[in-house]
Structures are given as structure tokens and as C-alpha cells.
Design a protein around this ligand. Structure first.
Ligand code: HEM
Length: 464
């Protein structure tokens, strides 16, 4: 009996403390004019529920509070916007005080000149320099031949093997970028660079605790190692008479380049290019392989498009710009994959001053999660939204529609969209014209907070 009374007392005490803490956190963030919502626990907020329930958490909160609500996730008081019009407004109005709001760990590791860390005229300069690097003529004349050459060699000798397509697409995204940046994909520097880059990526997704055995600590150290390698590369290029035709040569060419960057900016620009195109391109490629496996009719149509291109060529002929432009169905497969898998759930902004949005008052320094995931499953825009149907993208200029946020929107819209699509298209070209594949089975796929196969996605490959 005595034990029962003590236990009852402990449970009651815990309940009272929990209620008091939850209440205290609500009161702490109570301010006139804020959107409705709950703030969860002190410090942790609702992060656990958000990570555990993912999209279901967002939908629950929307059902309770509407399209715009407040929460406390990933260490910050946050406004979540699932309102398409407001999302568009936020993305279009950086100059009104709605700047990128990515976590400190990400900004520290990607560098203070990285594009997400800079605003105003510095952003214009960094973005201008980047757009010049990935413009259609640059893709046509310089990058596509490099991508083609890389994919041919990366996709050779897969026959009669079991391949982890997640691992292969990750290596592909990284090494293909490194080839376009500085032709390093088969050098000893690439072998040193790759593990450092993977540590850097992990570090950007961690809590900013700078100790040697934390992901952040390792990521930060990896950044320093990468910066030294790139600094050495810049010195070697300056000391040598050799001419190069790659992204780095363009960035270093101060005479012909309209956008002049310092060495520090060039290094952060390179890290940004590697980082931004890494997970997006690799995960979209992996998920395209998954959906094509599950939808034989789509695979048949895609293969038809690629075999028709191959038929007009000798086996050794590379893909050219006209071939790429003719891949209409492939483009549709890539967009449908990005939509259905939701490779990017949304983007983060923060307020630089108190402001009014949709009639609510948003305090200075609050994060805004422009959550675009749900729009991908809106049946008014995409009939039968859960069906993988690339044909829907052929009907109208769907990627020009008003609420197409797969590549973001406004002043920060993805500058690498065309390059990313060209890389994935070239990968698919060589994959479907060379191989057939079967899933080994038993692999799990996670959809939130990132799309990933925790133990890999294994396929058995044979010749086509
Ligand atoms: C399927 C592939 C890709 C997807 C789905 C994608 C998606 C996105 C999204 C949603 C944003 C907006 C971020 C924001 O508003 O905060 C973005 C920005 C960006 N992307 Fe991509 N991306 C892809 C490929 C690439 C590639 C290959 C590059 C390499 C050049 C790249 C470079 C960037 C950069 C530098 C930004 C920041 C732009 C700025 O802040 O002005 N992306 N991307």
C-alpha cells in the first residue's frame, strides 16, 4: 500500500511538473498577434513529435490551427506556413526581412561566404557568379560532355552484381560535381576529399556542439581539411601554365568574369555547389530507379526515349545538348519523382525584424518553415496525387505553374535546376540502356525528415 502511495505521488508530481513546464513554455512565447499553435517543452519544444510523426504532425497541427501555426522545432520558435499564397509571398520578399534561416551548424560548416549565409548585394554577386557557371551554354559546351564521360565510366561493370543504388548515386552526385568543378574525379585528391565531404554533410545536419567526437566537430574539422585542399588547388592552378576548362577555371578567370570573387568566396562557392547538388541529385536518382522498378510501363516508355537517341549514334558517341533537350519524358519522370517522393519538404527563412504576415505579428528572429510538401499531394493540382504518373507533366507546362516549389521559388530559386536535371537524365540514359534490374528486397525506405534507405537500396543488375 505504502509503495502504491509513493508511486502515485511520484506520478502525480511528474504530471504536475510536466503541466507546469508546458504551461510555462506557452506563457513564455505568448505574445499578442502570434498565430495559434503549441510550443511544447522548454528548450526541446515539439522537435520529438515533429521528427517522429513527420508529415502527420504537420497535418494534425494544420487540422487544429489552420494553414499558419506556431511551434518550437529544431531549437527555435518557428512559424510553419502551409499556405501556398503566403509561401509564395515569403519566397519573393527576402528584401522585406525574410532571409534564409538555416541552422547555425549548417552555416558554420558551409562557410561565411556560402550563398545561404549572405544577403543583399553579396548574395547577388555570389548568385550571379553561380548562374554564369551553370548557364545553358555552359552546360551545353562544358559540363554536359564532362557529365557524359563520367556517367559512362561510373555505370560500367555493374552487370551480374548486387549494387547499393543509394551508395552509387551518392558517389555519382559527388564525383560528377568534382569533375565539373575541377576534373578531379579520378585523382588522389578525390579519394581524400570524398570521406571529408561525407563528414561535412553529416556535420551540417547536427547540433552545433564543437567537440572532437561529435558529428558537428568532425564536420567542422572536415571543412578545414577541405578548405586546405582547395587552397592548395588554387595555388597549383596559379603556378601552372596549363589551361583548364572547368568551373574553377571560370571562377578564377578575373579578366573575363563579370563577377569577381575572392579566394575565400571561390572556396565557399565550390563547397556550396558540391553540397547543394549532392543530396538532391543523388536521392532523386535513387528514387527514380525505385519508381521505375515499380512501374514497368513507365520504364518501357523511358527506355523507348533513350533507345531512340542511342539508335542514331555510334556506341562511343556522347550525349549532346539536342539529345538532352529531346528527353521530354525523362524530364517528366524526374519531376514526378521529385513530387511524389518529396525530396525537399520545404525551405527555412527567418525574420530580421518584427513583421505582419497574413494578419499575424511575427517577432524578429523567428524562423519560418515554408513547408511545401503538402502542395505536392494537392488533388486540384495533381489528380490522383499518390499515383506515379509522369505523363501528367507532359500535358501542360506544369513546371511553370504557380505553386511548383520543388526547386524553391523567388530570389533563391534553385540556380542548379537545369544542371541537376541534366545530370539525372544522363544517369538514367546510361542506366536504362545498359541494364535491367531487380530489387533484392527487404530494404526499408524512410520518407521523413529526409528520403533515405537506412541500410541501402540493393538491386541485382543484369545486361539489358
Ligand atoms: C534535383 C536536384 C535539385 C533540387 C530538387 C534542388 C532544390 C533546391 C531548392 C528547393 C532550393 C531553394 C532553397 C531555399 O530557398 O532556401 C535550392 C537552392 C539552391 N540550389 Fe538546388 N536543387 C537541386 C540541384 C542543385 C544543383 C545540381 C546545384 C548545383 C549548382 C544546386 C545549387 C543550389 C544553390 C546554390 C541554391 C541556393 C540559391 C540561393 O540561395 O540563391 N541545386 N535548390
Amino acid at each position: 500500500m505504502a509503495v502504491f502511495i509513493v508511486l502515485f505521488g511520484v506520478v502525480l508530481g511528474l504530471c504536475l511538473i510536466s503541466t507546469a513546464l508546458l504551461r510555462w513554455n506557452e506563457v513564455k512565447y505568448r505574445k499578442k498577434g502570434l498565430p495559434p499553435g503549441t510550443m511544447g517543452w522548454p528548450v526541446f519544444g515539439e522537435t520529438t513529435e515533429f521528427l517522429k510523426l513527420g508529415p502527420a504532425f504537420m497535418k494534425n497541427q494544420r487540422a487544429r490551427f489552420g494553414n499558419v501555426f506556431k511551434s518550437h522545432i529544431l531549437g527555435c520558435p518557428t512559424i510553419v506556413s502551409m499556405d501556398p499564397e503566403l509561401n509564395k509571398y515569403i519566397l519573393m520578399n527576402e528584401s522585406k526581412g525574410l532571409v534564409p534561416g538555416y541552422p547555425q551548424s549548417m552555416l558554420d560548416i558551409l562557410g561565411k561566404c556560402n550563398i545561404a549565409a549572405v544577403h543583399g548585394s553579396t548574395h547577388k554577386n555570389m548568385r550571379g557568379a553561380l548562374l554564369a557557371l551553370v548557364s545553358p551554354p555552359m552546360i551545353r559546351d562544358i559540363l554536359l560532355p564532362k557529365i557524359d564521360d563520367f556517367m559512362r565510366s561510373h555505370l560500367s561493370h555493374w552487370t551480374a552484381k548486387i549494387i547499393d543504388i543509394q551508395e552509387k548515386t551518392k558517389e555519382m552526385a559527388f564525383m560528377s560535381s568534382l569533375k565539373q568543378i575541377a576534373g578531379l574525379e579520378s585523382s588522389s585528391m578525390c579519394r581524400e576529399f570524398m570521406p571529408e565531404f561525407f563528414k561535412l554533410v553529416l556535420g551540417t545536419l547536427s547540433l552545433p556542439i564543437n567537440l572532437p567526437n561529435t558529428n558537428y566537430g568532425r564536420g567542422f574539422q572536415a571543412r578545414q581539411n577541405i578548405v586546405s585542399m582547395l587552397r592548395k588547388l588554387l595555388q597549383e592552378r596559379r603556378a601552372s601554365q596549363e589551361t583548364h576548362n572547368d568551373m574553377l577555371a571560370h571562377l578564377m578567370n578575373t579578366e573575363e568574369n563579370r563577377y569577381k570573387l575572392s579566394d575565400e568566396e571561390i572556396i565557399d562557392q565550390i563547397i556550396t555547389i558540391l553540397y547543394s547538388g549532392y543530396e538532391t541529385v543523388s536521392t532523386t536518382s535513387m528514387m527514380a530507379v525505385k519508381y521505375l522498378h515499380d512501374h514497368p510501363r513507365v520504364l518501357q516508355e523511358l527506355r523507348k526515349e533513350h533507345l531512340a537517341i542511342r539508335e542514331k549514334k555510334r556506341p562511343e558517341d556522347p550525349l549532346n545538348w539536342n539529345d538532352y533537350k529531346s528527353m521530354r519524358f525523362t524530364r517528366a519522370v524526374i519531376f514526378e519523382t521529385s513530387r511524389l517522393a518529396t525530396i525537399v519538404n520545404g525551405v527555412l527563412r527567418k525574420t530580421t525584424k518584427e513583421m505582419e504576415l497574413n494578419g499575424y505579428v511575427i517577432p524578429e528572429g523567428w524562423r519560418i518553415y515554408v513547408y511545401t510538401r503538402e502542395i505536392n499531394y494537392d488533388s486540384r493540382l495533381y489528380p490522383e496525387p499518390l499515383t506515379f504518373n509522369p505523363w501528367r507533366w507532359l500535358d501542360k507546362g506544369m513546371d511553370a505553374q504557380n505553386y511548383f516549389f520543388i526547386f524553391g521559388g523567388g530570389t533563391r530559386q534553385c540556380p542548379g535546376k537545369e544542371l541537376g536535371v541534366a545530370e539525372i537524365s544522363t544517369f538514367l540514359h546510361y542506366f536504362v540502356t545498359k541494364y535491367r534490374w531487380e530489387e533484392v528486397g527487404g530494404d526499408k525506405l524512410m520518407k521523413f525528415p529526409r528520403v533515405e534507405a537506412p541500410n541501402g537500396l540493393h538491386i541485382r543488375v543484369s545486361d539489358y
